[in-house]
Design a protein around this ligand. Structure first.
Ligand code: NAD
Length: 361
């Protein structure tokens, strides 16, 4: 059987950290072409992969023979135009989060991918953390009864350093909201279900980052109602001084239900904290069972490498497996768009200082 040929569009940080190592593990897939508008970044990716098929224009990489699928790992403003062109060219698409600049754009992406009958996926990478997969199983199987409260916190210390396109509204649409909270909004959808309405506040503390102006939020919080009656509280900051960053900083998600509590922490990806009803001794640490340590079928060795990093590669397996089996990929563009609906509502709430209803995609 021939391998699924993948083009990497955008060869910056996340392409090198998540996607190239993820595809390298898969016997059924091969990265066959690279694309980046920055020649220096493209050269680095060529050296890392040994590939010579390299393009600075995405229209050209879409025409390259052997490209069946694309990963879009570029600044947010380019996601929709590249996805529409890729769908038009009949390519399967794994698009980085947030999938678009607005709900309207993300709806166009769903329509284009559906019309072209290609697989589509949003890179909500943290769904693949073993602890998140296990908590999902426990919540959905009724282990903690009726969910009352969802809570998510993402605290990092990024100080006032330059964030390049991430600090520019016309390139990123939002700051901390789309960059970090989008993953946690997806946790909420994954664990609890649709959000019906919310009130939000966004704030920028740092106007100049690395000598360049920033016009985007460094902090965001949301209070939300879910369709099933549960409540949600979210907070995410780039300015949690002294709290470190990446996999070493707090990424905590908690669900309190009528029969118990479950806590996920990125820093402990292979265990969950469980609170039993009536307990007087606090939370218990429960290891994630072996069958939840990876997506079934993933060739990854769960006992090798840093578990805070390696779960990310299951995302690439899910994408390729969906293509090979002609089934929907999860999370899909619809999941990306539902998150975008919450983000758009959060912006509107902040602007109007009011509760805002969230449409269903
Ligand atoms: N899923 C995750 O955990 C995760 C983590 C980090 C970043 N991301 C997302 O990935 C995307 C990229 O982030 P990054 O950190 O890799 O950024 P980056 O700046 O490191 O890399 C982006 C690259 O895209 C290139 N580029 C810009 N416009 C292009 C175009 N039109 N065609 C081809 N290449 C183009 C840039 O030259 C750059 O090299 C963003 O949407 C971001 O939100 C997701």
């Amino acid at each position: 059987m021939s391998k699924i040929g993948v083009a990497m569009i955008g060869c910056g940080g996340i392409a090198l950290q998540n996607h190239l190592p993820g595809f390298a593990l898969l016997p059924q897939a091969k990265v066959v072409a690279l694309c980046d508008t920055n020649p220096a970044v493209l050269d680095r990716a060529k050296q890392q992969t040994g590939l010579s098929a390299a393009f600075t224009n995405y229209e050209d990489v879409l025409k390259h023979p052997g490209v069946d699928a694309v990963v879009i790992a570029t600044p947010n403003v380019t996601h929709a135009p590249i996805a529409l062109a890729a769908a038009h060219a009949g390519k399967h698409i794994l698009c980085e989060k947030p999938i678009a600049m607005s709900l309207a754009e993300s709806r166009q992406m769903i329509d284009a991918a559906t019309k072209a009958n290609v697989r589509h996926m949003t890179a909500f990478t943290y769904r693949f953390v073993p602890a998140m997969r296990y908590i999902h199983h426990l919540v959905k199987s009724g282990h903690i009864g009726q969910p009352y409260h969802f809570r998510a916190q993402r605290f990092q210390d990024w100080g006032d350093r330059n964030l390049a396109w991430r600090q520019v509204k016309k390139l990123a649409a939002t700051g901390e909201l789309g960059d970090m909270l989008s993953h946690r909004i997806d946790f909420a959808h994954y664990l609890i279900g649709p959000i019906t309405r919310l009130v939000a506040r966004l704030k920028r503390f740092i106007d100049i980052r690395g000598g360049q102006p920033s016009d985007l939020d460094d902090w965001v919080s949301i209070i939300a109602d879910f369709e099933n009656g549960a409540t949600g509280v979210f907070e995410s900051s780039k300015l949690a001084t002294g709290r470190s960053e990446g996999g070493k900083s707090p990424d905590v998600c908690e669900v309190n239900g009528s029969e118990g509590t479950l806590v996920y922490q990125l820093t402990k990806p292979n265990e969950v904290q469980l609170g039993r009803k009536g307990s007087t001794t606090g939370l218990e640490t429960v290891p994630v069972p072996e069958e939840f340590l990876k997506v079934p079928g993933s060739p990854r060795d769960v006992h090798t490498g840093d578990p805070v990093m390696t779960f990310r590669w299951d995302q690439n397996y899910e994408f390729i497996d969906a293509i090979l089996n002609n089934r929907p990929a999860t999370p899909s563009f619809a999941d990306g768009a539902q998150c975008q609906a919450v983000m758009d509502a959060a912006l509107k709430s902040d602007e109007t200082s009011a509760w805002v209803n969230v449409p269903t995609v």
